[in-house]
Design a protein around this ligand. Structure first.
Ligand code: ZN
Length: 265
């Protein structure tokens, strides 16, 4: 069965900026989906910020194996209820690919637990992405490096937690460097952050970028969902594996009454 990828697009710059509209007549989300559709193992669809529930209803997420996220100008417009829902899905095993300015999305910052800040400059610079982990599945089929002639500069320090793996390091014409392909695991969910993708440049028409995106969806896919990770069950003394005699002081039922709903399920 094919991997069900869902591309989430903010879909604002395409409507307002002529250069973006010309680069991406089918929307950035549409173009990203087109790149993914070159892999017969991926079945892809798109939703946008403007859809009811931003296109991320419970039903829709039930049918999603890997979510890709492109946002920039409207991170604050994403409803906190939806943010929580997406984060909980990731914890249970849904894959997440965060693209470019998605580093500042509520979902990514929430999962990282850090500000995810960086330095930036918009000057149409050449970006050279070095493959620093050539054996990694996300780098499959790439050379030692690849270049994007026009990109926005993102520079270190990038305030994210130390990643599980670093797949790419970028060099920019102005001299800065940046960790541009990072993997994380949160709960049972695989997360990949991929830096390129500035809206006024044709990044999502690049063959190597397409390859990275397809590879990352295959890498992030996990068929299992771990709903049990959302629970914090009590294990009664009577059912302990080894015989156990209770000792010491403990809370009363009244003390437990104030606990957060759901924690004791
Ligand atoms: Zn940008």
């Amino acid at each position: 069965m094919a991997i069900r990828a869902l591309v989430w697009g903010e879909n604002l710059h395409e409507q307002k900026n002529k250069a973006v509209a010309e680069n991406y007549p089918i929307g950035m989300h549409g173009q990203i989906a087109k790149l993914l559709s070159e892999d017969k193992n991926i079945s892809v669809s798109t939703v946008t910020l403007q859809d009811p529930e931003h296109g991320l209803s419970e039903a829709r997420l039930n049918e999603t194996d890997v979510l890709l996220w492109w946002g920039h100008a409207a991170h604050d417009m994403v409803d906190d209820v939806i943010v929580k829902r997406v984060m909980e899905r990731v914890w249970q095993g849904m894959g997440l690919i965060v693209l470019h300015s998605g580093h500042h999305s509520k979902v990514f910052k929430g999962l990282m637990g850090t500000p995810a800040n960086l330095h930036w400059r918009e000057a149409g610079e050449r970006e050279r992405l070095w493959v620093v982990n050539p054996g990694h599945p996300i780098a499959k089929g790439l050379g030692e490096y690849f270049e994007l002639e026009y990109e926005e500069m993102y520079g270190e320090p990038f305030s994210v937690p130390e990643p599980l793996e670093t797949v790419f390091v970028s060099w920019f014409q102005g001299g800065e460097v940046f960790r541009s392909g990072l993997t994380y695991r949160r709960g049972a969910g695989n997360i990949f952050y991929f830096r390129p993708g500035h809206e006024t440049y044709p990044t999502y028409h690049d063959a190597n970028v397409g390859k990275v995106l397809r590879n990352s969806v295959n890498w992030a896919f996990n068929a299992d969902r771990h709903a049990e990770l959302m629970k914090a069950p009590n294990t009664p003394v009577a059912s302990s594996i080894e015989p156990l005699v209770e000792r010491g002081a403990k809370l009363t039922n009244a003390d437990h009454a104030g606990e957060v709903a759901g924690a004791k399920k």
